[in-house]
Design a protein around this ligand. Structure first.
Ligand code: ADP
Length: 243
């Protein structure tokens, strides 16, 4: 469903993505692991042009984009197929929970307020926040704020949800509630790409693990292959450090 071919990205002289090739099947939960600075977030952000790749191709569903010279329409279409969940939630502070989720539906998707509201309430119920529709982000815990972030992504009904370290800004006791929401929506067959350091989550929930280092995919496979029988020395060293 997603094909990335020869994707490259540099910041100044620093080559951050060195010709990445990757395929993701529909319904897969892909976890991207790797040391800090290896290019994980940049790869995720290049998929919806939050970061502009220098070259390569990205296809999602029936849309193929040549990253070197994408048209405005192609970037718009690519963004419609993806939704991002950010490390620091990125909620509108002056809007309520419900308004935060409705925003993209009304402003970007041009849905009626009535329809947007109905959908937003439905996804907020799904993430366990039916009681908080009218609360403001500052009145919520970090875990609740991130669940709003997830509801906002779900409401857009994207073809893929991109999670950028969704639990790394949370206090340890709040990580579980966010992971269990992600687990629940993964079971519904939504395609996801998740940058995370949560090994247990990667082991239980994902069906495809990618290990990146130095701007390349060093190794990929099933969680069992990567965690139990990694082939590459760099993967083994990384896993030794973090487990
Ligand atoms: P990871 O997610 O694996 O920690 P990143 O993709 O965030 O890695 O970053 C990869 C490298 O690119 C890092 O060296 C980082 O400093 C650099 N980088 C990321 N974003 C920018 C930016 N906007 N401008 C300059 N350098 C950046």
């Amino acid at each position: 469903m997603i094909t990335i071919q020869s994707l490259t990205k540099s910041f100044g002289k620093q080559e951050v993505l060195k010709s990445i090739d990757l395929q993701v099947q529909k319904g897969e939960v892909v976890v991207i692991l790797g040391p800090s600075g290896s290019g994980k977030t940049t790869l995720l952000r290049c998929l919806n042009f939050l970061e502009r790749p220098d070259g390569g191709k990205v296809s999602i569903g029936d849309l193929q984009v040549n990253c070197k010279k994408p048209s405005k329409q192609e970037i718009y279409d690519l963004r419609k197929k993806t939704a991002m969940v950010f490390q620091h939630y990125n909620l509108f502070k002056h809007k309520t929970v419900l308004e935060n989720v409705m925003e993209g539906l009304v402003i970007v998707q041009k849905q009626s307020k009535l329809k947007a509201r109905e959908k937003s309430v439905q996804v907020l119920e799904k993430v366990g926040l039916a009681e908080k529709l009218n609360a403001y982000p500052s009145q919520l815990s970090g875990g609740q704020q991130q669940r709003v972030g997830i509801a906002r992504a779900l409401a857009l009904e994207p073809e893929v949800i991109l999670f950028d370290e969704p639990t790394s800004a949370l206090d340890p006791e709040l990580v579980g509630e966010v992971l269990s929401v992600i687990r629940k929506i993964a079971k519904e067959g939504i395609t996801m790409i998740v940058v995370t350091h949560e090994m247990n989550f990667a082991m239980d929930v994902s069906n495809h693990v990618i290990f990146m280092d130095g701007g390349v995919i060093v190794e990929e496979g099933t969680p069992t292959e990567i965690f139990r029988t990694p082939k590459e020395e760099r993967t083994r060293q990384f896993l030794k450090r973090i487990t």
